[in-house]
Design a protein around this ligand. Structure first.
Ligand code: ZN
Length: 321
């Protein structure tokens, strides 16, 4: 973090009142929650219901690896009753601030509740674990449970309602995970190769039996070399992969270069669609919910790689592209 920003952050934290008095203590006074990613915010809204107000810092198309907190974000986090962030170094540019804030108030790194053995290490991401755990809905369930625990800790008198909301939301996640099993299983096994802009889909691949390749590494902060593009063109040609995918939160430049490289070798590789990797769709839309995000990705991937998926996807709400 640049020293000027750091000084600003430290000074604003120092000015904070020591603690907000009994946050969310009455029914008229919802708990103010700030979540870094939209996936965490979706869980907090679903579980918290009317007992919370939730602000997501990172909207559609925002890349969390590169995101820097704005002054408005910092003010919102310092004012909030509870801050939920992902952890596992996903919000790489916000780590210092979150660590400083955690000394003053409730700051929970929700993905760090996952057991170490459930997480994927990566050669090109030394010393770190792959943070993209939301891509496996059955793994994400445990993160949602951590969100629910944090809300119950903050609002103990509302535990029954919060737990009931969590059960409903977790049931919906289990149903979309089963839908993804079904549609992704219609892709012929030899064609289960997912090539995307950056390496966000390892957990998805592990969950659904797909080989996964990202042009950029685990973080979009790493550059993709020409050599990497050439290796992936080889893979597309050798495996007869029919489609590659762009991501809503990453430039499509490298993915298009890959399709062009394959075309130069006489292979027609389509852009299979845009996937939601590190951010969801527009707020207020189905794709702007976690379930809609998973539905969109599973449906888009299944169809582009030669499988089948019902019109409208899992729940009939998917906007057909
Ligand atoms: Zn990512």
């Amino acid at each position: 973090m640049p020293s000027l920003t750091r000084r600003f952050v430290l000074s604003i934290v120092a000015l904070l009142p020591v603690a907000a008095a009994a946050p969310g203590a009455s029914a008229q006074d919802p708990l103010e929650v700030v979540a870094t990613t939209s996936m965490i915010a979706d869980a907090a809204r679903a579980v918290g219901g009317e007992a919370v107000t939730v602000r997501a810092l990172m909207g559609p198309g925002v890349d969390p690896h590169a995101y820097r907190a704005t002054r408005t974000d910092i003010a919102a986090m310092t004012r909030a009753d509870l801050v939920l962030h992902h952890g596992l170094f996903l919000e790489a540019q916000m780590e210092d601030f979150l660590a400083t804030l955690a000394r003053r108030k409730d700051v929970v790194a929700v993905a760090e509740a996952l057991p170490r053995e459930a997480l994927v290490a990566h050669d090109a991401y030394a010393g770190r674990l792959d943070p993209h755990v939301w891509m496996d809905p059955r793994l994400w369930v445990q993160v949602v449970e951590r969100v629910a625990d944090a809300l119950v800790e903050a609002l103990p008198s509302q535990e029954a309602r919060l737990r009931a909301n969590a059960a409903d939301y977790l049931g919906e996640i289990e149903r979309v995970a089963a839908y993804a099993d079904e549609v992704l299983g219609t892709v012929p096994p030899a064609r289960r190769v997912l090539v995307t802009a950056h390496d966000a889909f390892q957990y998805f691949g592990r969950a659904y039996g797909y080989e996964v390749r990202g042009i950029q590494g685990i973080s979009t902060e790493s550059e993709a070399g020409l050599r990497r593009i050439e290796d992936l063109v080889d893979l597309l040609v050798e495996r007869d992969v029919g489609a590659v995918f762009v991501e809503s939160s990453v430039s499509d430049r490298n993915v298009r270069a890959l399709a062009e490289g394959a075309a130069a070798r006489g292979r027609d590789v389509a852009i299979g669609g845009e996937l939601y990797s590190d951010a969801m769709g527009e707020p207020g839309t189905y794709e702007g919910t976690y379930v809609g995000m998973i539905d969109h990705n599973a449906t888009t991937i299944a169809r582009a790689l030669g499988g089948e998926a019902p019109a409208g996807g899992f729940s009939g709400q998917l906007v057909e592209g």
